[in-house]
Design a protein around this ligand. Structure first.
Ligand code: SF4
Length: 205
């Protein structure tokens, strides 16, 4: 099926894509997952969030970002008046890596066509890369999230914006100036500003 099709075909392509993810056995993660996590949210949103992979709660429920990190992400978004239901959220790999380890390169390569097809169908203006793995994977860099976060990267007509993963913020409670939480506060406000510029025709930076 042509995932770049329009109208009803796009809807059919989306449903077919979801079916393929849910029954996929293209990498070893299929043998330990409970549920593949396709992603969920507003498919018309200009804003897509991409995390690393499902955790235990997500694996159990088949829904992205429902655990503690997901709840923190919800609060971060709400701080700039964005509701979770208004964005689409997915991951680089759709099945949980055992013990929440970082996905291996072969696993990300096996799964990558699903993410690419999702982005082709969603056509967002901004993709927020949550943490090291999606940032490095999409930008194709060896730089880490500490240097990538808060910067804009053009990617196939989309703007990539890396931010710290909320699970990293849960492990770093400090709110001092320059702390991950403080930097995330700056980043989410920069994201909100750019989002408004792109969607409401404001001045571009
Ligand atoms: S992680 Fe991706 S490629 Fe691997 S089994 Fe799951 S859906 Fe398939």
């Amino acid at each position: 099926m042509n995932v770049f099709a329009g109208g009803t075909d796009r809807q059919l392509a989306w449903e077919e894509l979801q079916r393929r993810v849910e029954s996929c056995s293209a990498c070893g993660l299929c043998s330990t997952r409970k549920k593949a996590v396709f992603g969920q949210g507003n498919r018309s949103s200009p804003l897509v969030f991409v995390g690393e992979g499902p955790g235990a709660d997500e694996d159990e429920q088949g829904i992205a970002f429902v655990g503690r990190a997901g709840k923190l992400l919800t609060r971060i978004l709400q701080a700039v008046a964005i509701e979770r239901e208004d964005v689409f959220i997915t991951n680089v790999v759709k099945c949980r890596p055992p013990e929440n380890r970082t996905p291996q390169t072969e696993e990300m390569m096996a799964c990558n066509h699903f993410l690419e097809a999702q982005l082709a169908l969603l056509r967002p203006k901004i993709v927020v890369c949550l943490g090291n793995t999606p940032a490095k994977w999409l930008i194709k860099t060896s730089e880490g999230i500490s240097s990538l976060r808060g910067r804009w990267f053009p990617w196939r007509g989309i703007e990539l914006f890396p931010m710290f993963h909320p699970s990293y913020l849960l492990r770093n409670e400090s709110k001092k100036i320059g702390s991950p939480k403080d930097l995330t506060w700056h980043d989410i406000n920069a994201l909100r500003k750019r989002f408004d510029e792109l969607t409401k025709g404001g001045p571009s930076s």
